[in-house]
Design a protein around this ligand. Structure first.
Ligand SMILES: NC(=O)C1=CN([C@@H]2O[C@H](COP(=O)(O)OP(=O)(O)OC[C@H]3O[C@@H](n4cnc5c(N)ncnc54)[C@H](O)[C@@H]3O)[C@@H](O)[C@H]2O)C=CC1
Ligand SMILES: CCCCCC(=O)CC\C=C/C=C/C=C/[C@@H](O)[C@@H](O)CCCC(=O)O
Length: 273
């Protein structure tokens, strides 16, 4: 998909990878709606990006992705404000924590919600123009992140959702590509400190950092963003699961279909992608 003139919606866009994805699409000439539960940070990021790329290119919408009503309203506001929607990036996520139900709600249920809202508003069979949905999973969606069982479960779910909806059965009717992006540990605020306040916490942090260091350390946001843009621009990728790791850089999870997804469609379709 060429991004110039397109409209994207990014959840969790106030910081970290979501901010990186947002800025990369602005650089390519897209307009972007930034959604985040952090209102002050979201407004600050949006102001900074507006000064750099044009106030008319950005829109900040305070939104808790776990709130169905807020998500539905946000999608409606994006369509009213920009007049169209072409790309949805379900990025908002949290790491393992005591409240595992919240991890499940944010990392999986809300990604399903955002994916279905994207299909609802972009699907050709509903009069939309087709489009692209990229769900931000993790390498924890492909291997067992031992220090995050629920996080691992949610990310495996995001990969499965994206692969299922990224098949010709759906694309032939919707014209919407659906892919998953699986980075390894990346240098963003989601990363925990190296020093804990309790011995029990220190054990968990030591395990996390020993594992991270064993895998070559943290990726830079820019390395993940480079993979993201490649996935956006490659219209042949549907149901694809892109990996970004220190060891191998950007590649695709090999499945029966070669890991680069199944053929986008079984029909010749006029593509706006
Ligand atoms: N940083 C890393 O090592 C990796 C991160 N990921 C995934 O990338 C995505 C982005 O993570 P990062 O940028 O690293 O984290 P981050 O913590 O820097 O950014 C996450 C953003 O999501 C927002 N958010 C959290 N809960 C929300 C909610 N209920 N509603 C709306 N917004 C909400 C936060 O306010 C924050 O702005 C997540 O899905 C994460 O699981 C995947 C692999 C590695
Ligand atoms: C505080 C936790 C933050 C969690 C953020 C993440 O999602 C971290 C990513 C989770 C797991 C990373 C695994 C990395 C694996 C690769 O380094 C490599 O070992 C995988 C190779 C797979 C293959 O070659 O098939």
């Amino acid at each position: 998909m060429k991004l110039r003139g397109k409209v994207a919606l990014v959840t969790g866009a106030a910081q970290g990878l979501g901010r990186g994805f947002t800025e990369s699409m602005l650089q390519q000439g897209a307009k972007v709606a930034l959604l985040d539960i952090k209102v002050l940070d979201g407004r600050k990021t949006t102001k900074e990006l507006g000064l750099k790329y044009g106030q008319d290119k950005v829109l900040f919408l305070p939104c808790d992705v776990t709130d169905k009503g807020q998500m539905e309203s946000a999608f409606q506001q994006v369509l009213r404000h920009f007049g169209q929607l072409d790309v949805v990036v379900n990025n908002a996520g949290v790491t393992e924590q005591e409240n595992w139900e919240l991890v499940l709600d944010i990392n999986l249920r809300s990604v399903i919600q955002g994916t279905y809202l994207g299909l609802h508003h972009m699907s050709r069979e509903r009069g939309g123009g087709g489009g692209l949905i990229i769900n931000i999973a993790s390498m924890a969606g492909l291997i067992a992140m031992f220090h995050g069982p629920v996080y691992t479960a949610t990310k495996h779910g995001v990969v499965g959702l994206s692969r299922s909806l990224g098949t010709p059965f759906h694309f032939d009717r919707t014209g919407v590509r659906v892919c998953a992006l699986c980075p390894t540990m990346t240098d963003t605020p989601i990363q925990p400190p190296r020093v804990a306040s309790t011995p029990e916490e220190q054990v968990k942090l030591d395990a996390h950092w020993a594992y991270t260091d064993s895998q070559g350390g943290l990726l830079k946001v820019s390395e993940v963003v480079a993979g993201f843009l490649q996935l956006v621009e490659d219209d042949s990728k549907n149901g694809a699961v892109m990996r970004v790791t220190k060891q191998k850089g950007v590649d695709y999870q090999p499945y029966g279909g070669g890991g680069q997804g199944v053929p986008v469609t079984t029909r010749k379709t006029r593509s706006k992608l």
